[in-house]
Design a protein around this ligand. Structure first.
Ligand SMILES: Cc1ncc(COP(=O)(O)OP(=O)(O)O)c(N)n1
Ligand SMILES: Cc1ncsc1CCOP(=O)(O)O
Length: 512
């Protein structure tokens, strides 16, 4: 059994769900937010109800390649072919569970003492869960060990030469998790936890994706990279993003946007807040002259008409003649014949440095039938976005960026997965166009490295969104999409190299 990724472990509790929300939706959102393993824990369900839920959650988890664990009930785990079970000290013993489930299923064991931890390790558990770390009202009579008690157990297990993943549980939320992880590490003499398990911090949240994201952001650097556990962000790429951020602020690239009517003001401001210098102009009578001095050009197809198309061509010709990077945002490019024709003509007559679109738009350019566009919105899902990004990049000899809950960037050779962001971005119109504007600003100083420019644009938007969303909740200043917008723009303006180094989650996919 390969080491199981327990970095962010969701344990369910249906009674905590906000009104109208299903456990299935919550689990889907939580996975999109970064949960690495899910446990169905239903203390009051009938056997049949438990079985039905287990089947449904197993399918959701399997589709996302996330292990699905059943709490206590080995019979139900076996009936639905779950990936494993979690058992406590009062449940069926580990030895019997293993005999029933065989060597290929995951068995996790709750441990409250050093003796129980070593017994579970020696008995062949796949992970152990010392706890509870903080008092919690979610489980009755849970005796809490505190970070120091959990740290002592980790120390003894690691001294015992065991690399088994160790996850703790109980009263953990996005506010106390970072300090807890540090305290545990200190108390264990330098050994980190492999992950954290939570119930209420995700289940009670209106937006489980946001809640999971907020927790996951705190885990990077604080959770051990046990084999198969939380992958480390690619440090070369992160440093490239940092240096591009510094260059934008030093050089103030002059970015010309021929964009749509909805995002005029937003685009100008995001470029300005990042550190660039925007010019918003679309008249055919001046785009060529403007092209004499710009560092980067944006062609955004949002509100398209024949005048804008003509301006695109004139501006693009000038940009190509000066080797100025062009970032194309082919909004709704498969939706109407005007858009289909415009994008085909642009791609055949001009050199485009970066195409940034959603799954519907890039899917259309790849010829995929999996997705489509409804106006500016994407419909459907790409089964393999990394390959689609690479295919379109090769086809048009460009860099392609597919934005979504996770962004994929490819220059036709490499593929990078950018994981930052949160659900609020989907609730605010213009955030996609703002990402395009960030990418184009970075392209203006990237000296031809458009893969890095695209990764930088997606990462800055994603990290800023996560930082803005932290202000959501009791005592915070973010109440919904409108206040989020203000916090997001401030976060872009205030973003530091340290923030990027701490929070960026960018991963090169070597196997592509
Ligand atoms: C990840 C994880 N850790 C601990 C527990 C608690 O399990 P247990 O001690 O068996 O208590 P119940 O869950 O049965 O109340 C868990 N479920 N998951
Ligand atoms: C299932 C379980 N086992 C030990 S504590 C606990 C519940 C933790 O819930 P919360 O994350 O809401 O404190």
């Amino acid at each position: 059994m390969p080491s199981v990724n327990v970095s962010l472990y969701l344990v369910t509790e249906r009674s905590f769900l906000p009104p109208g929300k299903s456990v299935q939706d919550c689990v889907r959102e939580a996975i999109a937010g970064g949960v690495s393993i899910v446990q169905l824990r239903e203390k009051t369900a009938t056997g049949r109800e438990f079985l039905r839920l287990a089947r449904e959650l197993r399918d959701i988890c399997a589709a996302a390649n996330v292990p699905f664990i059943v709490n206590d009930r080995i019979d139900i785990a076996m009936a639905v072919d779950a990936d494993g079970v979690h058992i406590g000290q009062e449940d069926i013993p580990l030895k019997d569970a293993r005999r029933l489930l065989g060597p290929n299923k995951i068995i996790g064991v709750t441990v409250k003492t050093i003796e129980q931890a070593l017994a579970a390790v020696d008995g062949g558990a796949d992970y152990i869960a010392p706890g509870v770390v903080f008092p919690t009202t979610t489980k009755d009579n849970a005796v809490y060990l505190g970070p120091s008690g959990v740290g002592e157990i980790i120390a003894k297990v690691r001294q015992h030469n065991a690399t088994i993943p160790i996850v703790t549980i109980g009263g953990i939320n996005s506010e106390n998790v970072s300090a807890m992880l540090r305290e545990v590490e200190q108390a264990s003499g330098g050994f980190k936890l492999s992950g954290v398990a939570v119930v209420s911090a995700i289940m009670k949240h209106q937006d489980a994706q946001l809640a999971a994201h907020a927790l996951k952001s705190c885990l990077v650097d604080n959770v051990v990279n046990v084999e198969g556990t939380l992958a480390l962000a690619n440090s070369d790429l992160v440093e490239r993003v940092v240096s591009l951020l510094q260059r934008v602020r030093e050089k103030r690239p002059f970015v010309h946007s021929i964009t749509n009517n909805v995002v005029f003001e937003m685009t100008a401001n995001i470029i300005l807040h990042l550190g660039g210098s925007p010019i918003m102009a679309h008249s055919i009578d001046e785009v060529e002259e403007i092209g004499n001095s710009i560092d980067s050009l944006i062609l955004n197809m949002g509100t398209l008409d024949k005048f804008r198309i003509a301006s695109f061509h004139k501006a693009a010709q000038k940009a190509n003649s000066r080797n100025v990077p062009i970032t194309l945002d082919p909004i709704g490019c498969g939706f109407t014949s005007l858009r289909r024709q415009a994008v085909a003509e642009l791609l055949s007559s001009t050199r485009i440095s970066i195409i940034k679109g959603n799954a519907g738009e890039i899917g259309f350019l790849s010829g995929s039938m999996e997705t489509s566009s409804r106006g500016a919105d994407s419909v459907g899902k790409l089964t393999d976005p990394a390959t689609v990004a690479m295919t379109v990049a090769k086809k048009y000899n460009t860099t392609v960026c597919i934005t979504g809950a996770v962004d994929y960037v490819s220059d036709g050779t490499r593929v990078v997965r950018c994981e930052n962001g949160n659900a609020f971005l989907g609730l605010l119109t213009g955030t996609g166009c703002s990402t395009t504007a960030l990418i184009a600003s970075f392209a203006g100083v990237a000296e031809g490295d458009y893969l890095a420019a695209s990764v930088a644009g997606c990462t800055v938007m994603g990290v800023a969104a996560e930082m803005a969303a932290v202000k959501c909740g009791a005592g915070g200043e973010v109440f919904g999409p409108a206040t989020f917008r203000t916090a997001l723009f401030d976060a872009v303006y205030l973003l530091t190299a340290k923030d990027v180094q701490k929070y960026a989650r960018v991963f090169c996919l070597d196997d592509k």
